[in-house]
Design a protein around this ligand. Structure first.
Ligand SMILES: NC(=O)c1ccc[n+]([C@@H]2O[C@H](COP(=O)([O-])OP(=O)(O)OC[C@H]3O[C@@H](n4cnc5c(N)ncnc54)[C@H](OP(=O)(O)O)[C@@H]3O)[C@@H](O)[C@H]2O)c1
Length: 276
């Protein structure tokens, strides 16, 4: 039996299930025989996903920024499945901008989803898990939550905040049978990243071919939930490199600058459709 199989009949909630990492995670838990609740705002996408899954699925359209809606969603899950084993706290948004140009509305929107939404989901999930004395929450943060990078400084700030909340909660849960894990991905090929690279010079130093497939993050989420790991970066070890780099911040800044410059130098020329 593969360790994926240990999730058979477990009740798993995935937020942000309508797209990208969340969608792939929901499919993988479904394939492992779990009973899965799909949360995100877009009902149509969730229903299409549910139709693909050959498992017991609940479609629970939810805006995670609305605390009452999150509570109602978890009530729905409890009514449908009767318990809660794993919550993949994954919903998130990205609005890139250099720090000097950050619009308060963009930072506010990211904080609402990436921090407040994640907090509401954690609070709702952990209270219920403590009542049954079992359960795992996997918070999907980012490598950008350990080292700020331009032009996603505001996004990084929201993920730093999520990392802080998670570490504090881990301390509070010590001695219980409820666990909260951090998964910190690097750049993953999903609509979030794809959309941004379509309309901006964003990540021009980062060839899209280097984007990781969502399946790498799914693997990390499974491992974090199965083995109750505190923290797992994707690719493995990248988070440790960031922590070591933080011991020498000025040298790290110089290295990031050099790597970006070198990447731009070697990046293939952009095709300009107007220059014929
Ligand atoms: N892709 C990357 O390179 C990368 C790297 C590190 C970390 N991450 C993190 O991984 C997570 C998933 O990102 P992704 O790349 O898979 O992005 P994505 O494809 O854009 O998916 C984001 C998901 O979040 C949901 N969402 C957004 N706002 C919501 C809200 N208010 N309430 C409920 N759901 C909401 C979206 O669903 P609806 O629009 O239907 O609500 C969607 O399902 C995010 O937390 C992101 O920060 C991604």
């Amino acid at each position: 039996m593969s360790w994926f199989e240990t999730f058979r009949d477990r009740v798993v909630v995935v937020t942000g299930a309508s797209s990208g990492i969340g969608r792939e995670t929901a499919l993988a838990f479904g394939a492992a025989g779990a009973r899965v609740a799909l949360m995100a705002r877009r009902r149509h996408e969730l229903e299409a996903l549910a139709a693909e899954m050959r498992t017991d699925v609940a479609v629970v359209p939810t805006d995670v920024t609305d605390r009452r809606a999150v509570r109602a969603a978890f009530d729905t899950v409890a009514g449908h499945f009767g318990r809660l084993d794993v919550v993949v706290n994954n919903a998130g948004i990205l609005r890139p901008s250099p720090v000097l140009d950050i619009e308060p509305a963009d930072l506010d929107a990211m904080l609402r989803v990436n921090l407040f939404g994640a907090l509401f989901v954690m609070q709702e999930a952990v209270r219920r898990m403590l009542a049954q004395d079992d359960g795992v929450v996997v918070n999907v943060a980012s490598l950008g939550g350990r080292r700020g990078v331009s032009p996603i400084g505001a996004y990084c700030a929201t993920k730093f905040a999520l990392v802080g909340l998670t570490e504090a909660l881990r301390e509070e849960l010590r001695g219980s049978n409820v666990h909260v894990a951090l998964v910190e991905p690097g750049v993953v090929e999903t609509p979030m990243v794809h959309d941004v690279t379509q309309d901006q010079e964003f990540l021009e130093f980062w060839p899209q071919s280097l984007n990781m497939p969502p399946s790498w993050v799914v693997w990390a989420i499974f491992a974090a939930a199965r083995f109750r790991l505190a923290e797992l970066s994707v690719p493995p070890g990248a988070g440790t490199v960031e922590k070591l780099a933080s011991l020498a911040p000025a040298a790290s800044d110089a290295l990031v600058h050099w790597v970006k410059a070198a990447s731009r130098w070697f990046a293939p020329a952009r095709h300009d459709p107007t220059s014929q």
